[in-house]
Design a binder for this molecule. Structure first.
Ligand SMILES: CC(C)(COP(=O)(O)OP(=O)(O)OC[C@H]1O[C@@H](n2cnc3c(N)ncnc32)[C@H](O)[C@@H]1OP(=O)(O)O)[C@@H](O)C(=O)NCCC(=O)NCCS
Length: 213
């Protein structure tokens, strides 16, 4: 039987952020965060040489490629193995595009010259909130305010689609992303645990992989 360590916190009873059990299962602590979209600051002007590219169905592969470069060496590439391989990123992009709630206006690429260097996708969830998906900037372009600009650009897309609230999920270890989200009004709403099962491909499709607290 796996044994887990729990501790009390403002989120209630929690496991440590990443727990490995005797069965090979790993548990990653994630936060769901939420922000009000009323009163958003305008998206800032981009630094020289950068430009926005709005969603177009022909850009699906470019979104997948940027996603791969953003996540392959990051904690989320471990938590979600699809994010650390090209085929997985392509599959995720196709799934996002097929969702009934896909919001093209909240889905953006950021380019620098001829190269794409950032991407985000937007989906409205079943509760009418705009859900930020796979938000990332490729490593050489980080720390210049581009992540902040991209997040705001997507949030304004949700606003234009008539949504009043945005939600996202972030891995607890991703402290830089959490700081960024907090600067734009996101607050913790729920703690979740993502279960990473090395034998996941043997599980039936649709098997829930979250423990919600
Ligand atoms: C999270 C992520 C998108 C942030 O992108 P970014 O472009 O670096 O974001 P910003 O530049 O807006 O902000 C990052 C930091 O640079 C600082 N910064 C912003 N503009 C700056 C500038 N012109 N000069 C120097 N620093 C600057 C910010 O204040 C921030 O500082 P902090 O980390 O101390 O809070 C990026 O790190 C990333 O893609 N990570 C991997 C994917 C990921 O984890 N995505 C989130 C999934 S939930």
């Amino acid at each position: 039987m796996p044994s887990f360590r729990f501790r009390e916190s403002r989120f209630g009873c929690e496991m440590t952020s990443q727990q490995e059990s005797g069965t090979g299962l790993r548990y990653f602590k994630r936060f769901q965060m939420q922000a009000d979209l009323l009163g958003l600051p305008p998206p800032p002007a981009l630094p020289e040489g950068y430009a926005w590219t709005a969603w177009d169905d022909r850009l699906l592969e470019q979104h997948a490629e940027v996603k791969y470069h953003c996540f392959r060496s990051e904690i989320d590439g471990v938590v979600f193995p699809n994010l650390s391989c090209r085929e997985g990123c392509l599959r995720l992009m196709r799934e996002i595009r097929e969702k009934a709630g896909f919001v093209p206006g909240a889905t953006w690429l950021l380019s620098h010259g001829a190269e794409f260097c950032g991407a985000v996708q937007g989906v409205s969830d079943r509760y009418g909130a705009g859900s930020i998906q796979n938000f990332g900037i490729v490593p050489p372009h980080r720390g210049r305010g581009l992540g902040s600009a991209l997040l705001l650009q997507s949030l304004h897309g949700f606003r234009r689609a008539g949504l009043q609230r945005a939600v996202l999920e972030v891995t607890a270890q991703n402290e830089g992303a959490i700081r960024l989200y907090r600067r734009f009004g996101f607050r913790f709403r729920k703690t979740l645990y993502k279960v990473l099962d090395p034998c996941q491909h043997l599980q039936p499709a649709g098997e829930p992989d979250y423990w919600m607290l």
